[in-house]
Design a protein around this ligand. Structure first.
Ligand code: AHM
Ligand code: MG
Length: 296
């Protein structure tokens, strides 16, 4: 029997379920709109990166539609220079990366929307998320979410999002590794660690799209890393918009997240543009990495 998203959210508190349903409606529109908006815009985001017309359109769509729900207090968007205050009587703060990986669009590589939901006022640590999700615009548009009770995957069909896998867990022992940044910029300990993984037979899979790469780790096990780089000690990924939401999903799927020392979810954010080295994957692999980084 097909299980719809609405059915699957049956046990979730009503206001949160209704917000998640709304987010999926927005992503449904985005999924259909990508093909028409693949060009570069002349504007830049808070990270001074050029935006695509898709980034701007998707960002506006999220803000307009979320504002209508009456549920959202403030939206923090990777594409906005400041938090967007919506409604003081709202219940949730929401962080969005409307289209992550948009620099991949030119070659029709994967892109995704990443969303974090907080009841506490943001910015606060990732541990305070009450839900997080990503929508991956792949061969099939899929949605992976957690409300703190396991991780579930739904696939977009003509009849809406339908449950495909419940309680996803990172398979053991893990088959893949996926590491961003230039190898010449990886610190020596990271290089040595990756060489050990290669020695163990883990296969390289790197597409340059956080969600696309991470989603593979979720299904095959292994490790995703955007490490500290000699040229950029904090790596590339943004704590609030990218690392926290996926770290919550990975931990809920029985894996671990780390900034090299501790769980990403325990980082106290100091600003919206903060970046963090990001390591996500099977517990054993993350513990080993933390140990190797600590050893003299
Ligand atoms: P974006 O938010 O500007 O699209 O960039 C984020 C993306 C991530 O999805 C991905 O993991 C990373 O940038 C890839 O970086 P690189 O091009 O250095 O491999
Ligand atoms: Mg991004």
């Amino acid at each position: 029997m097909m299980v719809t998203l609405r059915d699957h959210l049956g046990g979730v508190r009503a206001d949160l379920a209704s917000l998640i349903l709304k987010i999926c409606e927005i992503c449904d529109i985005i999924s259909d709109g990508i093909a028409y908006r693949m060009g570069r815009a002349e504007t830049r985001n808070i990270f001074e990166e050029f935006q695509t017309t898709l980034d701007i359109w998707a960002d506006n769509l999220f803000i307009e539609e979320l504002a209508r729900t009456g549920l959202v207090r403030t939206i923090f968007s990777e594409e906005q220079h400041k938090p967007v205050r919506i409604d003081d009587y709202g219940v949730f703060d929401v962080a969005i990366d409307p289209v992550d990986g948009s620099s991949n669009l030119r070659s029709n590589n994967l892109v995704a929307s990443i969303i974090s939901i907080y009841e506490k006022r943001m910015p606060t640590k990732g541990r305070d998320q009450i839900a997080s999700m990503y929508i991956l615009y792949g061969p099939v548009t899929s949605m992976v979410y957690t409300v703190g009770e396991g991780v579930h995957e739904l696939l977009r069909t003509k009849e809406g999002f339908m449950l495909s896998r419940e309680n996803l867990e990172l398979p053991e022992p893990g088959e893949l590794y996926s590491v961003g940044g230039l190898r010449k910029d990886w610190p020596t300990k990271i290089k040595a660690y990756i060489e050990k993984l290669e020695g163990e037979g883990l296969k390289l899979r790197y597409g340059g799209s956080l969600v696309g790469d991470l989603n593979q780790i979720l299904h095959y096990g292994g490790i995703y890393a955007y490490p500290t780089l000699t040229s950029s000690p904090e790596g590339k990924l943004r704590l609030i918009f990218e690392s926290n939401p996926v770290a919550y999903i990975v931990e809920q799927a029985g894996g671990s997240s780390s900034d090299g020392e501790k769980s990403i979810l325990d980082i106290e954010p100091e600003g919206l543009t903060q970046r963090t080295p990001t390591y996500l994957g099977n517990k054993r692999l993350i513990r080993k990495l933390e140990k190797d980084l600590k050893d003299p």
